[in-house]
Design a protein around this ligand. Structure first.
Ligand code: F6R
Length: 609
């Protein structure tokens, strides 16, 4: 979603801000803007389109050593220059960039209009800028004016403000939307995502809910909304080898698909216990005792993360024999959830910032529920607001379309299910077999990646298909749904992912001569029934691409193409099955010439509800 970058220090602010925004481009945006402050006052540059359009329009940049910038993904108001951030107050004294949505904007706007304001845009951000501007006009410092405005705002706001009369200071505030502050040599930085800070510093401060910070080139001062001073901890920004550079890959999605074996190894490091046949998850260890009392597990998440949650729920019930379910976080948050003391709630989110997931988390916590988090982003809201949790360590995921985070999240649920299973029914022998299966997983994943060329050929054959179906059974039903989601989101092909069993209850009517179908047929307890479902599909003319065991002659005799699965532990098949489906979607999108890493209408992190 929208990106924020700010700078105050010795360098030319424009250069730092634009390059920081570039690192946030992956989040998706439709317009960009920067404001700087020099002794001459505010300098504003805004353009619809990508950062390149902004740089082209302002080849010399803007003067000043303080600046803030924003990449906007339209929510309030259309994609126009007037609606681009930064927004100034109506006297052009202060300017702000803002992530989030002001829920009570209409009431605030009406009040300001009644007091004579004539707004220049349709945005909620301009209303916020005017509120702050009026505070400054009354003689308040920028920080006090921001505190005053934040107290009146309902909704979410991560914001940065500058004042044309003070070229040495930024003021940052957080209600809901994340903001991090980087402390460098001779300069300070602000961003909506630590990824933007990495080239400049490895020291950051994460603003917590309801905090406002005043930032100069040499330090920060933080207060809460009651103006009480807050001590902030300096955290380290972790640099990872697979950072935000493409390397030799043409797209981040392809790069991230190929990073999966390394990501899985990293996610597992130090977490497997081959001797007792179990897993240890650092963040859960101090709550081990409570985990014995858990009688039910409820995962909650959105999109791809919801599919990883569904796999997790299946594994938890199948292997740990703990009743488990996966809920769409957006629905859970609004359905007045029944929260129970013996249930463990587990939110899963790559970004850790998805508004619907956070909203469900807060609702459950409010009702006294025990909430754990599984996330990829260190220091994200999910990690800060949960009672316990674990990082998946997949490394930065830049492509809007999630791939390596999905498999790493599924792996995290495997570790959790294994841990639970060993405290309940699973024998040491079976636990050790599962651990051995996990240890072999990254090697098996590498073998799956060797079929990239076949996936590409299949993609070229079916790139123009009107519709594509994905079927699985058991833990692979969500993987089928995830395969369909990949194809929808980057190749814009209508697709559905279902249980093979569901076909005859309606969807079979979609199948016609030549309809492409992906089928997940691992050699487990679901295989026999799946073969029955495939025969039904074949009889209606479907062309079936199956992911099945290399030596599965029966499946081969039914389907048209097979991507072979290496021998593996049955619990890990969802992770292996995901790979060909990711590669297929990638190559269909490539054949169609679409913008793979930034699909239309989508943003990386959905911080609005
Ligand atoms: C699809 C995709 C989305 C996200 C969803 C939740 O490829 O990336 O469906 O999975 O928006 O995002 P997180 O995991 O950040 O909560």
């Amino acid at each position: 979603m929208c990106g924020i970058m700010g700078y105050v220090g010795r360098e030319v602010a424009w250069d730092v801000v634009v390059s920081g925004l570039r690192r946030l481009e992956y989040r998706g945006y439709d317009s960009a803007g920067v404001v700087t402050v020099s002794e001459k006052g505010l300098h504003l540059a805004r353009r619809v389109g990508h950062l390149a359009a902004l740089q082209e329009a302002f080849p010399a940049g803007l003067p000043g050593k303080v600046g803030i910038g924003h990449t906007r993904w339209a929510t309030h108001g259309g994609v126009t220059e007037e609606n681009c951030h930064p927004h100034a107050d109506l006297r052009d004294r202060i300017a702000i960039v803002h992530n989030g949505i002001i829920d009570n904007v209409e009431a605030l706007r009406a009040e300001l209009v009644a007091a004579g304001a004539k707004f220049r845009s349709e945005t909620d951000t301009e209303v916020l800028a005017e509120l702050i501007g009026r505070g400054v006009d009354k003689g308040l410092s920028l920080r006090d004016a921001v505190v005053g405005a934040m107290k009146r705002v309902e909704g979410t706001a991560g914001l940065v403000a500058v004042d044309k009369k003070d070229a040495e200071r930024l003021v940052v505030a957080r209600i809901g939307s994340p903001v991090v502050i980087g402390l460098g040599e001779g300069g300070s930085y602000v961003a909506s995502d630590a990824l933007a800070l990495r080239p400049y510093t490895d020291r950051m401060v994460v603003l917590d809910e309801g905090e406002v910070a005043e930032i100069t080139a040499t330090g920060i001062k933080t207060v809460d909304l009651e103006q009480r001073s807050r001590e902030k901890r300096i955290e380290k920004i972790l640099h990872q080898a697979d950072d935000a550079d493409l390397g030799d890959f043409p797209h981040f999605m392809l790069k991230e698909i190929h990073e999966q074996p390394a990501a899985l190894d990293r996610s597992m490091r130090g977490r497997l216990d081959a001797v007792v046949g179990s897993a240890r998850l650092g963040g859960l260890q101090q709550h081990e005792q409570r985990l014995f009392d858990i009688r039910q597990v409820v995962f909650f998440a959105c999109g791809t993360s919801l599919y990883s949650a569904q796999v997790g729920a299946y594994l938890m019930s199948r292997y740990a024999r703990v009743p488990a379910q996966a809920e769409d976080a957006a629905e859970l948050a609004v359905k007045n959830p029944i929260v129970d003391r013996h249930t463990l709630y587990i939110g899963i989110s790559q970004s850790g910032e998805t508004a619907d997931t956070l909203s469900a988390l807060r609702e459950i916590k409010l009702r006294g529920g025990l909430v754990a988090g599984i996330t990829n982003v260190v220091g994200s809201s999910l990690s800060r607001e949960t009672d316990l949790g674990t990082y998946v360590h997949a490394g930065p995921e830049i492509s809007v379309c999630s791939t390596k985070a999905f498999t790493a999240q599924v792996l995290a649920t495997e570790l959790l299910a294994l841990r639970f299973a060993r405290t309940r029914d699973l024998s040491a022998t079976d636990g050790r077999a599962w651990v051995a299966g996990l240890e072999a997983l990254s090697g098996q994943m590498r073998l799956m990646l060797e079929h990239a060329e076949t996936c590409k050929k299949l993609a070229l054959r079916f790139a123009d298909a009107r519709f594509t179906l994905f079927v699985g059974r058991g833990a692979n039903v969500p993987v089928a749904a995830e395969g369909a989601l990949k194809l929808k989101e980057i190749a814009y092909v209508p697709a559905e992912g279902l249980s093979g069993a569901a076909m005859k209850h309606g969807p079979l009517a979609l199948i016609d001569h030549g309809s492409p179908v992906w089928a997940l047929v691992p050699p487990d307890e679901t295989r026999e029934r799946m073969l029955g479902n495939l025969r039904e599909l074949k009889a209606r003319g479907a062309i079936i691409m199956a992911v099945a065991a290399a030596d599965d002659a029966e499946t081969k005799s039914i389907v048209d193409y097979v991507i072979p699965l290496p021998p593996h532990h049955p619990a890990v098949s969802p992770i292996l099955n995901a790979v060909p489906l990711q590669l297929y979607a990638y190559h269909v999108a490539l054949a169609k010439g679409y913008n793979i890493d930034k699909p239309r209408n989508l943003a990386k992190s959905v911080t609005v509800m």
